[in-house]
Structure formats: structure tokens, C-alpha cells
Design a binder for this molecule. Structure first.
Ligand SMILES: Cc1cc2nc3c(=O)[nH]c(=O)nc-3n(C[C@H](O)[C@H](O)[C@H](O)COP(=O)(O)OP(=O)(O)OC[C@H]3O[C@@H](n4cnc5c(N)ncnc54)[C@H](O)[C@@H]3O)c2cc1C
Length: 445
């Protein structure tokens, strides 16, 4: 018997036997659900036999037999009800665990996001791609057929999506293009550096999405939930289907603020700021303007990040403001970079170094921000140098500008578009990373 943990309250397994019950009890389970119909296999104990042994061990049971490949919407609803009634943690089993995992995935569709469900089941060794449409439809079998069909579908209407749509339309005006994006507002993110530097107002960096969608391009105002490259289809939240001949995927990158302990609790106060958020960039300038003396730390996480220059640009613009106000000599600027060089393209480094020297900034490479205590004005960095164990150091600050750790959006991470990649191009200076997946779809991050 192999138990596969889906989350802290639910696990699945293949067929169990009476002799497994003690181990199941010892593992802390308080209830068992059987999803395998009696008599499916010749060496299979009946539910009654399992039930008797479980009851003897003080474990509750429930029988919801499912014929292989035939999990109905009613079955999923019944499973949800049973899960709510039984004491946890619960172990569900069938022949291999797939039916139990499918039931759990469908039952959770109204409680959790699709990426959460797919990540949990994938980590347990079960691929739920076959029921993605039903999960996006709240656990129910969709009744509508695909209602959209375009030559080009672009997922994401940020800088990448809008620019690609405009460029394609300019070259080939009769192309049928759809852009899928749920956002009402489009942000010009490079402008946030200027907001943090006191040059732009935040409002100057936002436009309504509708005003930027190129003429003749259809805007589908919805989020892409999943991809079905084998059917040339994307599935939207709510389970509408959009078919395409070519798909371009540019949903941006996820800012992983929670990866730094204590950061979320203190962002926007206690001197902790970030130009990576529209609402926080004005706070950067507020801090810079108010600062007369003390220590200012600027952080950069491990790659990949969008705009490798933005963490430094915050530092240079702050240094410039302090220089103009003649307070620079009182300010200790520290640039704590998880990477090992000032900039990945070495030709740019000499020019940047002139400003590092001008503002007397101390460069601390291999310093990765891992925790912050805003009220105490302290931050912790893991310092990793070759051939030496990682050392955690503490630094005090008066102001800290944080560039957050970044990662692929959840719905991309669990999708069939993920690696392996066959081509990878970094287009400079626009900081757009373009990669072609095995299935021939373009992904821009
Ligand atoms: C502070 C800062 C400074 C920067 N400075 C520069 C600079 O000087 N020069 C430069 O070239 N670059 C700079 N950049 C980077 C640049 O802004 C980004 O690289 C660029 O915005 C990426 O464009 P994108 O379209 O890939 O993603 P984004 O612009 O982030 O857009 C992603 C879009 O996808 C949508 N989306 C997300 N999930 C879904 C979904 N499930 N379904 C459908 N749509 C979805 C979102 O709503 C969003 O509209 C900077 C970035 C920041 C934060």
C-alpha cells in the first residue's frame, strides 16, 4: 500500500487490504472512503471486509463506488458531502487512486483555484488534465460547445500582448486576433521607476485596457484558466473554450512577495517599499524625499526578474535626489544583490559603476533577502559564496527598496505549456523573455 498525500486532510491510495488498517491508523487517518466497486478484481477484498477491520480499529468508513472512467457530477457532489461529514484526515482509495483523486479534484472546484488543485494532485503523482474543463466549470460537466474561434489568440494584454497584437495587425490587417485578459487597467510598469524617483505621478502609468486594445482586435475579458494544446484550445474561467490556429502566451510574471518572511506585513510602512507595485511606488518617493541620513538598502532577488535594471534604477534615482539635496554624504547606500554581478550584460557595467561610485553605494553580491522585521527596521540576508556554507546576516535599515522574488504564474506552472523549451530568446532592451515550447507555442514572460 502506498499512500499519496494530497493535502494535510486528504490522501489517496490504490487498493488496500485488511492487513493495512493498522498502518493507516498509525499514520493518523480517522476515516476511509472506498471508491472501488466490489468485485472489480479477483484479489480484491470487499468493502464489508475493509469496513469491519476499520471499525474494529476505530476508523470511520464510507462506500462511494465509481465505475472506472465514469465519475459523474453527482458522484463529485456526493464525495464533497462525505468529505465534509467524515472526521479527517481521510484516506480514499480505488484500484490506483485515480478515481479518488478525480472525485476530490471535482469536489474542490468550488473551494480552491485550478492551479492549487492541479499542483496538489500532480505532487501526489496524479495528472488531472482530463478533468480541467470540469474543474474550471465548478466541478460540473460543461454543456456549452466552444464559442470562439480565431486565427491568433493572445493570452495576456500587458506590454507583450498589446505590442504583439498591434504589430501583427499592422503587418496583416485581415488577421482575426483575440486578446484574452480579465484586467480593466493596463499598467506601464517601467513608469513605476519614475514614480519612485518623483518624476511621474502614479496615475500617468495607467490606462483603461479598452483604450489600448488595437482596432480590429477582439478583447475577451476573461482569465485563461488552462491550455489544451492538443486541441488548439484555451479554457477560460467559467469553462468557455477559445480555439486558435496560433497561440501567443504573455501573462507576465508572478511577484512572489510571500517568499520573504515578514515582507507582506510591512510593505508600504516602516520604511519598506517597492517600485514593483503601482500603489507602493509613490511611497518610495515619499521615503526618499524625507530621508536626511541613515542607511538605505536596495535589494535584488535571484533571477529571473522582470527588468534586471529596475532594482538599480531605484537606487540611482534615490542617490541623485539625495545628491541634489546635499544629504548624500549622510546616507549609507547598500545594494544587496542575490546575483554575483552588477548587470548580466558586461558591456553595461562600466557605465553603471560610474554611478555606483558617484553615490558611494556599497555593492554586496550573493546577498539574498530572506526576512524582514519592519517595526524593528531589520532585514536578514542569506549570503552564499562558492565553497562556503550559506551564512545568514542581519542588517539594520532606515529605508529598504525591495525587488520581490519572481516566478512563473501558477496557471502556467501547472499547464502543458511548461518546459521543456526548444528555443529561448532574450529580446533586449524590452526585458521580454520569449520561449518556444515543444508544442510550438510562444510564451513571453
Ligand atoms: C518597476 C519596473 C520597472 C521596469 N522597467 C523597465 C524598463 O525600464 N524597460 C523595460 O523594457 N522593461 C521594464 N520593466 C519590465 C516590463 O514592464 C515588463 O517586462 C513587461 O511589462 C512585461 O510585459 P508582459 O506583457 O509580459 O507582462 P505584463 O505587462 O505584466 O502583463 C501581463 C498581462 O497578463 C494578464 N494576465 C495574467 N494572468 C492572466 C490569465 N490567466 N489570463 C489572461 N490574462 C492574464 C494580466 O492581467 C496582464 O494584463 C519594468 C518593470 C517594473 C515592475
Amino acid at each position: 500500500m502506498t499512500l499519496s498525500r494530497i493535502d494535510e486532510t486528504f490522501s489517496v491510495s490504490g487498493q488496500i487490504h485488511e492487513t493495512d488498517i493498522q498502518a493507516i491508523k498509525d499514520a493518523g487517518f480517522r476515516a476511509i472512503i472506498c471508491n472501488r466497486p466490489d468485485g472489480e478484481g479477483v484479489d480484491q477484498p470487499t468493502f464489508n471486509e475493509i469496513d469491519k477491520a476499520a471499525k474494529k480499529a476505530g476508523i470511520e468508513t464510507s462506500y462511494l463506488p465509481i465505475v472506472s472512467g465514469k465519475v459523474s457530477d453527482e458522484d463529485a457532489a456526493a464525495f464533497d458531502k462525505i468529505l465534509n461529514e467524515l472526521p479527517g484526515p481521510v484516506l480514499a482509495y480505488c484500484r490506483t487512486g485515480t478515481r479518488s483523486t478525480t472525485l476530490w479534484s471535482l469536489s474542490q472546484a468550488i473551494h480552491r483555484s485550478l492551479p492549487d488543485i492541479l499542483m496538489a494532485t500532480k505532487a501526489a503523482g496524479y495528472d488531472m488534465a482530463g478533468v480541467v474543463r470540469r474543474i474550471t466549470n465548478g466541478g460540473k460537466t460543461p454543456t456549452e460547445k466552444g464559442d470562439f474561434n480565431f486565427e491568433i489568440v493572445i493570452a495576456g494584454a500587458g506590454a507583450g500582448g498589446i505590442a504583439t497584437a498591434a504589430s501583427l495587425k499592422a503587418r496583416k490587417p485581415d488577421l482575426e486576433i483575440a486578446i484574452v485578459d480579465p484586467a480593466d487597467i493596463h499598467y506601464y510598469q517601467p513608469g513605476w521607476t519614475m514614480v519612485g524617483g518623483g518624476i511621474f505621478r502614479a496615475e500617468q502609468t495607467s490606462r483603461t485596457m479598452g483604450s489600448l486594445i488595437p482596432n480590429g482586435v477582439r478583447w475577451i475579458k476573461a482569465a485563461v484558466a488552462a491550455f489544451e494544446p492538443e486541441n488548439n484550445a484555451v479554457i477560460l474561467d467559467g469553462c468557455r473554450v477559445v480555439k486558435y490556429k496560433r497561440l501567443i502566451v504573455c501573462p507576465g510574471i508572478k511577484l512572489d512577495w510571500n517568499k520573504v518572511d515578514g515582507l507582506v506585513d510591512t510593505l508600504g510602512q516602516n520604511g519598506v517599499t517597492s517600485n514593483y507595485r503601482y500603489d507602493l511606488a509613490p511611497y518610495t518617493w515619499e521615503l526618499v524625499e524625507a530621508m536626511q541620513q541613515g542607511r538605505a538598502i536596495f535589494t535584488q532577488p535571484p533571477m529571473p526578474i522582470k527588468c534586471a535594471g529596475a532594482p538599480q534604477k531605484a537606487m540611482y534615482l534615490s542617490g541623485d535626489a539625495w545628491h541634489r539635496r546635499s544629504v548624500l554624504k549622510n546616507i549609507d547606500i547598500q545594494f544587496n544583490n542575490a546575483g554575483g554581478v552588477l548587470f548580466g550584460v558586461k558591456d553595461y557595467v562600466p557605465a553603471l559603476m560610474k554611478y555606483v561610485e558617484k553615490y558611494n553605494a556599497k555593492l554586496n553580491f550573493s546577498h539574498n533577502l530572506v526576512a524582514v522585521d519592519g517595526p524593528a527596521k531589520k532585514a536578514w540576508f542569506d549570503v552564499s559564496k562558492p565553497d562556503t556554507p550559506i551564512e545568514r546576516i542581519e542588517m539594520e535599515f532606515d529605508m529598504m527598496h525591495v525587488c520581490p522574488p519572481q516566478t512563473a504564474p501558477d496557471f502556467i506552472r501547472v499547464s502543458p505549456l511548461q518546459m521543456p523549451l526548444v528555443g529561448l530568446t532574450l529580446i533586449r532592451p524590452h526585458c521580454v523573455t520569449k520561449a518556444m515550447t515543444m508544442s510550438g507555442h510562444w510564451v513571453m514572460l
